[in-house]
Write a protein that binds this ligand. Structure first.
Ligand code: HPA
Length: 243
């Protein structure tokens, strides 16, 4: 079984570049998860589309615990996760990529830990460095070789969604040091850390955030931008696997 997995976010629904794919249903105490396993060159890779193949699961209802536990159970040690994001800064433009090294958590209603007392006990997981520096280095190297604009480091602000933000919220996130805003990296990264897995995020910048963009933000803007960059995103992920 593979020790590396890709969690595909908005627009990344199929393991297109993997060969000899097969599907498994992995049962976890949090629910069943469909995992596709395949090969990229001679590397075995697992794949889960976070929002389902048909984008039917919104960010606040993703079963993050089942997904991460399923990957842990099959032996995955490293995860590359994609996430569509809005930019808080005119230097970070749609079509650029940012590899978050920190997050600010503004989620509200999510099951955000495997440790709920009882048999599991009370555990306070260190989160000083949430995103894996080795995975970031690998993605950055791949991005350079593919001539893509990839920023290594930045603060991912995670909102609850599914609504987009107000202009005032975005102004606040900017003041707090946020670089990009999305709806999925928390608690995914925290759960991976709790299980001792290395987790890297590729933030795909699809738009300027609310109040920074000169026009009203729509989901179709995000989807259209993802469609435009999907080939590039796939190449970036797969090229990163080599390192
Ligand atoms: N805000 C939140 N999530 C997003 C955005 C945004 O502007 N763009 C893509 N995902």
């Amino acid at each position: 079984m593979p020790d590396i997995a890709i969690i595909g976010g908005t627009g990344v629904y199929d393991p297109d570049l993997l060969k000899d794919t097969r599907e498994y249903i992995e049962n976890t105490v949090y629910g069943d998860v469909k995992i596709t396993v395949g090969r990229y060159e001679d590397i075995e890779v697992a794949f889960i589309p976070r929002h389902g193949k048909d984008h039917s699961v919104p960010p606040h209802l993703v079963n993050y615990r089942a997904n991460i536990m399923a990957l842990k159970q099959i032996g995955v040690k490293n995860i590359i996760a994609t996430a569509a994001v809005g930019s808080l800064n005119f230097d970070l433009k749609p079509g650029h990529y940012l590899l978050a090294d920190q997050f600010l958590d503004f989620t509200k209603s999510r099951k955000n830990t495997f440790y709920e007392g009882g048999e599991e006990g009370v555990v306070h997981c260190d989160m000083t460095v949430p995103y894996c520096p080795e995975i970031r280095k690998a993605i950055k190297k791949a991005g350079n070789e593919l001539n893509l604009t990839v920023y290594n480091g930045g603060v991912y602000v995670c909102t609850e969604g599914p609504r987009f933000e107000t202009a005032a919220e975005i102004a606040m996130f900017k003041m707090l040091g946020g670089s990009v805003v999305g709806m999925t990296s928390v608690p995914e990264v925290c759960l991976a850390r709790e299980l001792g897995m290395c987790y890297g995020n590729i933030s795909i910048i699809t738009n300027f955030a609310a109040g920074i963009s000169p026009h009203i933000l729509t989901h179709s803007e995000v989807v259209e931008m993802m469609k435009e960059s999907i080939h590039e995103v796939r190449r970036l992920i797969m090229h990163s696997l080599k390192y």
